[in-house]
Design a protein around this ligand. Structure first.
Ligand code: ATP
Ligand code: HMH
Length: 273
């Protein structure tokens, strides 16, 4: 059984963060381990409180898992502070691991999940060792300092991120104004690029879509899929999870992690970036 890890925040509402990651790992039949950076009191309506753990305790959790398991791939989600980012980066930089960095910054309701001063540590410590970075457009704008309106802006921002040492950038288009498709743009450091599109679902149940997408990518990398296969299969996983909602909660409800096993066949469209 392949072992993977998530380093992220807990979502008491169960739709995002550690909970979304573990549910995704379970559905994809990899063994999930977890390192918790912060607890959030959260539901589908928003984040009510944040209780961070300490960098030392994050480090202790990582040591405990690494001393016992052969972790093949890991993802990072909510990292909250620069001290936590530095301690995570120090610990994993010498390891042979596939690293998916989801640069979580702001929850859908507007709560900040990453302190502003931590962006520098994210760029200088974590990006150089990341296999894949999965920013949404607002996150990519914060990381690059660029404004992104057009596909050419997306390409320039991706190039500037690749220069920081990441092997692949997946620019998520969930926030773009396109009624028909949800299109993500993928750029690899070897020069390959493509767009992947799926039918945009008109729904308010999109809590944790980004977490679920990066967790699925991590699971597929852990199972040994190539980078491109893992990215495409993760897009399929999140599409099915959005397309078959559970209709839970009174706000932005969670996605359906069971959908991939129940309705496997979704064809992601690929085109030139
Ligand atoms: N309404 C939708 N229909 C289909 N796919 C969607 C929809 N919204 C987002 N996606 C897809 O879901 C994935 C996650 O993207 P999104 O932009 O929602 O991430 P995010 O903003 O980081 O999410 P989070 O709320 O977890 O922070 C991407 O592949 C995106 O294209
Ligand atoms: C703990 C946590 N991580 C990530 C997100 C982003 O979806 C969230 N809302 N909560």
């Amino acid at each position: 059984m392949d072992v993977v890890m998530t380093i992220a925040g807990s979502d008491s509402g169960g739709g995002a963060g550690i909970q979304a990651d573990i549910k995704t790992f379970q559905e994809l039949k990899v063994f999930g381990t977890s390192v918790i950076t912060a607890l959030t009191a959260q539901n589908t309506l928003g984040v009510e409180a944040i209780f961070p753990t300490t960098p030392d305790f994050v480090s202790q959790q990582m040591t405990a898992v690494f001393n016992d398991f052969d972790v093949k791939a890991l993802k990072t989600g909510m990292l909250f502070s620069d001290e936590i980012i530095e301690c995570v980066a120090d610990k994993i930089q010498e390891m042979e691991l596939q690293i998916v960095v989801d640069p979580v910054m702001i929850a859908k309701g507007g709560a900040s999940l990453l302190q502003q001063e931590a962006v520098y540590a994210l760029k200088t410590k974590l990006l150089p060792i990341a296999t894949v970075l999965t920013p949404n457009i607002p996150e990519a704008e914060v990381i690059t300092g660029m404004t992104m309106n057009t596909q050419s802006d997306i390409q320039h921002a991706a190039e500037s991120i690749l220069e920081k040492g990441v092997q692949c950038v997946v620019m998520k288009g969930g926030h773009l104004e396109d009624d028909e498709f949800a299109t993500d743009s993928v750029f690899l450091s070897n020069g390959t690029s493509f767009k992947m599109s799926s039918k945009r679902i008109a729904t308010k149940h999109t809590h944790g879509t980004g977490c679920t997408f990066s967790a699925a990518m991590t699971a597929f990398l852990g199972k040994g899929l190539s980078l491109q296969e893992a990215i495409l299969e993760a897009k399929k996983f999140v599409q099915l999870a959005i397309e078959h909602p559970l209709n839970l909660g009174h706000g932005h409800g969670p996605t359906n992690h069971f959908a991939y096993q129940n309705h496997r066949n979704y064809e992601v469209m690929i085109s030139e970036a």
